[in-house]
Design a protein around this ligand. Structure first.
Ligand code: ADP
Length: 491
């Protein structure tokens, strides 16, 4: 087990991270024979930690622990589970600076954004602590004079949670909170790029006094092996996944044999539409927020910016002005608003998409070439984008804003829906009839109208089409972790 000074020197309390897996309340740290993997800072390349590289065997053990712990956890009063979750929420807020530092160091996002993610993650813990006590059932008038029908809801059991690197704290928090609230137990597999945030959550849960086995973390580089065990093991009742549509497909196939329940938060290709009657300043501010958060590496980032003809040139000019103010750099530096991309591969993918757009006649107004330093990519503004270009169909996952010009409402609805994805969409306009019509026509699970910020624990986050199914947050988010049972009593 090693944490390097590149990590520990930056923390107020370095004990917040342990470099191992967390199973049955114990830290599975590296033995002399154990394999380890490195976690490094994408802004500097510095190694932050060497973590136990766990795989199938450790996953099995974690599942056993979660399975053994589940009945007693479910048998607690909802208030007892809620109190533990509230304790975790308080610890997350108390240690928010350290959690945010860990997040910035392993993932790259600017510190202010990282802090925002920690508070967002903590808000899910608080929300579901509150919801834990409101898992109501139902009574239904019987179908005959002598029957009584009652509906109760029970936890599904052990949940396998697989999370991505772009929100290593919040994506985990919004799965584990509803699962634990209702009496499920969890085995989590964080992304190998960013396991430290998940391990820090486990550490805080240990400090908060959660019983052993309720929450387990299996860090490792062999995602396929860990994922396969989670999907195939009959003791896991459900998989909750956030990541790419392709990996989601694989997991669905692997869960087919066991008819395993699933929640799937997959890729997006968000349209961001600006109609001629939009409030220009608001639309530009919304585009900036939606496009450049996390350096463009979110599944709800504006991917295609459609701007109606009359407002097009003014919008592009204003967007360019705002983009020029973005500051690229190490997320721990004051004033930085765009951190590095996660890996070299990510830079290559963005470079390819921009190259393809350029080859097909798009105009690169700003940016367009990697800085050449670490994995930084500059804010890039593209006009003259068309549906033939790859960036119209694929998730860019970088700070690249392609602008498409359009003429009519019908045309842009067709363009916006012409994708297999259906996670988030945004549009700006003021005519109420058009607002209503467009909101209803967009085939997306989340529609931001005159706003670019749509993530909150109080609303149901989730997609349609190949962006997945299931919802996270809100009263709907808890249902994903419950089985409905109905009791038919003859009297
Ligand atoms: P992204 O493009 O955001 O990296 P991925 O779908 O590749 O999305 O990764 C999301 C999560 O899924 C990560 O934790 C990753 O390690 C994990 N993962 C990748 N491949 C597999 C797999 N074959 N089985 C299970 N999990 C996987």
């Amino acid at each position: 087990m090693t944490l390097t000074p590149a990590l520990t020197d930056k923390l107020k309390n370095p004990r917040i991270v342990v470099a191992g897996g967390f199973t049955d309340g114990k830290w599975n740290t590296v033995s002399s024979r154990g394999k380890v993997f490195r976690v490094s800072n994408p802004a500097t390349g510095e190694v932050l930690a060497q973590i136990s590289d766990l795989s199938t065997k450790a996953t099995k053990e974690a599942i056993e622990a979660a399975h053994a712990a589940q009945p007693a956890w479910a048998a607690l009063a909802a208030k007892e589970r809620a109190d533990l979750l509230k304790g975790l929420n308080r610890l997350m807020i108390e240690h928010a600076d350290d959690l945010a530092t860990v997040l910035t160091l392993e993932m790259g996002k600017p510190f202010a954004e990282a802090k925002g993610e920690i508070l967002y993650g903590a808000a899910f813990i608080e929300w579901f602590a509150e919801e834990a006590r409101r898992v109501y059932g139902d009574t239904i008038p019987g179908h005959t004079a002598n029957t009584r029908i009652t509906v109760i809801k029970q936890p599904v059991g052990v949940v396998g949670v697989i999370t991505p690197w772009n929100f290593p704290n919040a994506m985990l928090a919004r799965k584990l909170a509803p699962a634990l609230a209702v009496g499920c137990t969890v085995v989590a597999k964080p992304a190998a790029e960013t396991p430290l945030s998940a391990l820090a959550i486990a550490r805080l849960m240990e400090w908060a006094g959660f019983p052993a086995g309720v929450f387990n973390v299996v860090p490792g580089t062999d995602a396929a092996a860990i994922g396969e065990e989670l999907c195939a093991n009959p003791k896991v009742a459900k998989i909750s996944f956030t990541g790419s549509t392709n990996v989601g497909r694989t997991l669905m196939r692997q869960c087919a044999d066991g008819i395993k329940r699933m929640s799937m938060e997959l890729g997006g290709n968000a349209p961001f539409i600006v109609f001629d009657d939009a409030d220009l300043d608001a639309a530009v501010a919304g585009a900036m927020a939606s496009k450049f958060r996390n350096a463009g590496q979110t599944c709800v980032c504006a991917n295609r910016i459609y701007v109606q003809s009359q407002i097009h040139d003014r919008f592009v000019a204003r967007l360019g002005e705002e983009m020029a103010r973005l500051k690229v750099g190490d997320g721990l530096e004051e004033g930085v608003t765009i951190g590095p991309l996660i890996t070299d591969k990510a830079v290559d993918k963005v470079t390819e998409l921009v190259g393809d757009a350029r080859d097909q006649g798009a105009v690169i107004v700003m940016g367009g070439t990697p800085t050449g330093e670490a994995t930084f990519y500059p804010p890039t503004l593209i006009t003259g984008a068309t549906k033939a270009m790859r960036l119209a169909r694929e998730e860019i996952f970088g700070p690249v804003a392609p602008v498409f010009r359009f003429e009519t409402v019908d045309e842009v609805i067709d363009l916006a829906n012409a994708t297999e994805f259906g996670l988030a969409a945004y549009f700006y306009g003021r005519d109420i009839a058009k607002v209503t019509r467009v909101a209803e026509a967009l085939q997306y699970g989340i529609v931001g109208i005159n706003t670019g910020l749509i993530s909150t624990e109080v609303a149901p986050f989730g997609g349609m089409k190949q962006s997945g199914f299931g919802r996270e947050g809100s009263k709907y988010g808890i249902e994903d972790y419950l089985d409905i049972k109905y009791l038919c009593l003859a009297v």
